[in-house]
Design a protein around this ligand. Structure first.
Ligand code: MD3
Ligand code: FE
Length: 216
């Protein structure tokens, strides 16, 4: 008998179920790495990273930009999705073909074959940057998943429960990892622990996270 490539019941060892609705696709973005990084440079040339203000008036430590028909915005009047970059007064850069393909393929692999994102929030972290526990509730349809793509230096996700006080699991993520958060995982609290200083050969001292959403 030939040696089985993968153990029975695990068609692809890089695919790991974290919880009902949450699927970790280890290294899934590496296949498109070059086209994704090239597209990312074009987006940030058109819509540079900026530190948005919270509704309370504090500067967010994560720097952000967006691409796609809708972008996530935070300012003194609140959180929302909108078609226009408030810094330039122009529409957000178009969603690159390579981004769209990656997000759709990942969602499909995780069991969400009809996912068609209309927003991609791009987050940039450096050493010490963190993202406090929160839920993503600004989208219209919570039956649609969120696809997150990690690039650059490593980080640790906090994956909590349905209530803020629920114990959170720590999930280390590296360059190229993709996680699909849907179904019963969609409204779970989550965040990112403060990043340790590191340097990635292509992304430098940064971590970039792409989150694909169906916002509208
Ligand atoms: C778990 N971004 O932009 S993506 C965000 O790494 C955000 O930049 C983080 O949370 C980042 O809102 C984490 C991971 C993530 C995204 C959505 C989720 C985890 C999630 C929705 C439900 C449960
Ligand atoms: Fe979030």
């Amino acid at each position: 008998m030939t040696f089985p490539l993968f153990p029975a019941g695990n068609a692809c060892p890089q695919k790991e179920r974290l919880a009902p609705g949450a699927v970790f696709l280890h290294g899934f973005a590496l296949r498109e790495e070059t086209s994704i990084l090239t597209a990312l440079r074009q987006i940030t040339a058109e819509a540079p990273f900026r530190h948005m203000l919270t509704p309370g008036g504090r500067r967010m430590s994560v720097a952000m930009t967006n691409c796609g028909p809708l972008g996530w915005i935070s300012d003194r009047s609140g959180y929302r999705y909108g078609p226009v970059d408030p810094e330039s007064g122009k529409r957000w850069p178009a969603m690159p073909e390579a981004f769209l393909r990656l997000a759709i393929d990942a969602a499909n692999e995780a069991g969400f074959p009809s996912f068609r994102p209309d927003a991609c929030l791009v987050n940039r972290y450096e050493a010490g940057t963190k993202l406090s526990l929160h839920q993503d509730r600004d989208e219209r349809d919570f039956s649609q998943p969120i696809v997150s793509v990690s690039l650059g230096i490593p980080a640790v996700f906090l994956f909590g429960g349905e209530k803020r006080a629920d114990k959170a699991e720590r999930i280390p993520v590296a360059h190229g990892d993709v996680i699909v958060w849907g179904g019963p995982a969609r409204l779970r609290f989550h965040g990112v622990l403060p990043l340790k200083a590191a340097v990635h050969p292509v992304c430098g001292p940064y971590r970039i996270n792409l989150t694909f959403r169906k916002a509208g």
